[in-house]
Design a protein around this ligand. Sequence first.
Ligand code: BG6
Length: 514
Amino acid sequence: MNEARIEDESSQPSPPCVMVVLGAAGDLTKRLLIPALYNLMRSKLINERFALIGVARNQMSTEEFRQGLTEAIQDFVTHRGGHDEDAGLDQTAWATLRERIEYFQGELTEAATYEELRRRLIGTSTTLGCGGNCLFYLAVDASLFSPIIHRLAHAGLVKQTEGWRRVIVEKPFGTDFESAKRLNADILSVLEENQIYRIDHYLGKETVQNVMVLRFGNGIFESLWNRDHIDNIQITVAETVGVERRASFYEKTGALRDMVPNHLFQLLTLIAMEPPNTFEANAVRSEKVKVLDAVHPYSAADALKNSVRGQYLAGTVGGKPVRGYRHEPDVAPDSNIETYVALKVTIDNWRWAGVPFYLRTGKSLPRRSSQIVVQFKHAPYVMFRETPVERLTANRLILHIQPNEGVSLQFGAKVPGPMVRVGEVRMDFHYKDYFDAKPSTGYETLIYDCMLGDATLFQRADSVESAWRVVQPIIDSWAAEPNANVAPYEAGTAGPTLADELLERDGWHWFPVV
Ligand code: BG6
């Protein structure tokens, strides 16, 4: 490992608490929550006075629940555990976590479940001596957010008389601007904003958080970070997976709702925000909202002109044949749901006036790769014009978000030899070369922060609404013209050609998906 300055040794264990997972029998618990708690346990970031109560409608005993999780964690460590998977399961950490887990069966919409939960919470909390601190995790379908939160409130479970009470809500938070507003109002009728932690798992990703450190922890970038020096910014979240087994959700959602107002806008706001006065939750979140509020609002015609939607046809991804979206199980044979979306947005403020931001995301693309490409303006004067140098390439700063996390700087250098020729070169920084990254699902940071009461990496009510407000004209214009802009693309290619035209008409090209 390089001589890196690793400064996270000072992290303290979370405060004591009980975590209640509502909808605990689902995939999320097995695939993400328990692995995240296990990783936290291994890093000694979970308080010794911690317990987890799982609740779901499935009939099983605590022992059966624990057994299912033991199998899942084994699979996680073996197949998805990160860099130290060879070391196998840390039996001590898992045994410690396992014995703190209990389960009971209950219908999540019935009052009796919450009476039982209250009884168990009092018992567990007293035994642990955790001062009544409790974190409720809603690992359920979005239609259950409101009913569950009202049930928790009616049972007196969210009152913060003794200890804190916090609720984590997964996405999707609403399906459009109006529904997000209604959901916020409904939840805020029984909870304080500072009790609600709206998750966007992109904010748990190390490199997403590092966008802020790169910009505001270094002196060299910020002076260039504006319309005087930047030509355009491209944000790409490319996935190789198709719709998988989620067609019933995806057919109602599509790529725009699934990825843009949340994950892509997190990247957009971090790249475009003004420096916050402090690294405090509300200061950071307020700056992010300001970016969304400054996004130029589209008329219906402009929304159509500046957006492209695509749907994958049969093709080959990673050497494997992939069927077309319309032939996926549970997808309507004439479905117009987009599996790809590309957008151009501009930001009406002093820093970004005139700088286009191009965003794209899609499924069944050739590579899994999320990256932000900041393309700088050309040098103002080409003094090599009497030489074979016809055109200097643009300088680009590329932030690689996943899977290979890092930062690259692309610039021109003289090709050795008697002639003056300029070649494009790259300086690459890879996180793994410097930092001994801990295995992470991204949920570790979020769960840990919630336990600490730090909401910086969670979405505030206004940011969710502002994000939906930005995409609403696109949703509306697509609904009004269901066939406009729907461009097919072969699975395994970089998306529809219409998306290329979105940039070409401004004189740009997408940076390749690498
Ligand atoms: C989820 C979307 O929020 O994010 C999925 O619902 C998508 O459709 C996933 O595949 C992408 O997350 P990641 O972490 O794999 O980039």
